[in-house]
Design a protein around this ligand. Structure first.
Ligand code: UDP
Length: 327
């Protein structure tokens, strides 16, 4: 198959690309490199530098390549930023996704994987969160993904466009090959920030609030190994022939911020000083996925469910790439 991966120079997109190539697929990566890294793109993938806002450039991809399916990762992804500059999300994320979808439909492509988010579940009634949970996006970021999920629903009904929407919980870790991992600027995520303390690049990690109704007062999240996410994309793509689908993707286990920091201490052998700071606005106390649906329907199960392994892979990446790809 020939698969177009938008955002294939980013964290998750580059690792999905690596998995696809290892499976023998042909991959075309389209990325504007605003956040991604050219060096993250697998050398056997074809790389096209371009922006989804540029519709003729998007059209040209399909004119020059026989694309069978699309995996769409390219988007702005920061919840906090989306609360400050909502049009970047409700505008650009949505219109860029629509440009891609329009060109896909016009060029006869009918298979699509959307990277969606747990930010659709701002006030979950039941934890673990399954696909029947009420959708209440927690931010313009989450809303932008939900809009695209709804667009896909209609494209399926009208054009027979087959899609899978994969709602990630907390993607973490690095590729087991050691070659690809997290390199965000700015970095906002708990595990890479904590490991930067172990690398001596930060003095301490700030815990965003310890007065939540959780077992140690800090927020609970479901950390899923990025390679397990990648494998879910491949299974979902294979299953599209039998119809569109939506899955929540996590490990089904929650860890508090303190537990994550402790695991980073164990893995790195560094004391990693931590201080308690203010709550971060918009953080729900606990988000844990039920991934029963994708387990039952596609036989997916995480290969690296242990937090120690997830952190160990992340640590190997950060230790060998202390300044990310550019370093
Ligand atoms: N967090 C923290 N300190 C940090 C960064 C994150 O305490 O410097 C907490 C954050 O409040 C959340 C958890 O760690 O409860 C995971 O945050 P992250 O930004 O990694 O992912 P999110 O859950 O927001 O997608």
């Amino acid at each position: 198959m020939s698969i177009l991966v938008t955002g294939g120079a980013g964290y998750i997109g580059s690792i999905v690309t690596e998995e696809l190539i290892e499976q023998g697929e042909q991959v075309v990566v389209f990325d504007n490199l605003s956040y991604g890294h050219r060096a993250a793109v697998h050398p056997d993938a074809e790389f096209i530098a371009g922006d989804l806002a540029d519709r003729p450039a998007v059209s040209a991809i399909f004119e020059h390549h026989p694309i069978d399916a699309i995996m769409h990762f390219a988007s702005y992804t920061l919840v906090g930023e989306s609360m400050e500059v909502p049009f970047k999300y409700l505008g650009d994320n949505v219109t860029n996704g629509l440009n891609l979808l329009r060109e896909a439909v016009d060029h006869g492509v009918r298979r699509f994987i959307l990277s969606s988010t747990a930010n659709l579940f701002d006030q979950p009634e039941d934890i673990p969160i399954d696909e029947d949970e009420r959708i209440i996006p927690g931010s313009p970021y989450g809303e932008s993904k939900y809009v695209l999920e709804r667009v896909l629903h209609w494209l399926d009904r009208i054009y027979g466009f087959r899609f899978a929407a994969l709602r990630y919980f907390n993607a973490a870790g690095a590729s087991p090959s050691g070659q690809r991992g997290e390199d965000h600027e700015p970095e906002t995520h708990l595990i890479p920030l904590t490991l930067q303390v172990a690398l001596g690049q930060r003095e301490r990690i700030v815990i965003f609030g310890d007065d939540y109704q959780t077992r140690d007062g800090t927020c609970v999240r479901d950390y899923i190994h990025v390679t397990d996410l990648a494998r879910a994309h491949i299974l979902a793509l294979e299953a599209l022939a039998e119809g569109s689908r939506t899955y929540n993707l996590g490990n089904g286990r929650g860890f508090t911020v303190r537990e994550v920091i402790d695991t980073c201490r164990q893995v790195t052998g560094h004391p990693i000083p931590a201080v308690v700071g203010e709550r971060r606005p918009g953080d729900p106390p606990a988000l844990i996925a039920s991934s029963d649906k994708i387990r039952d329907e596609l036989g997916w199960s995480p290969r690296y469910p242990d937090l120690e392994t997830i952190v160990a892979h992340a640590w190997r990446w950060h230790r060998t790439h202390p300044f990310g790809y550019e370093g």
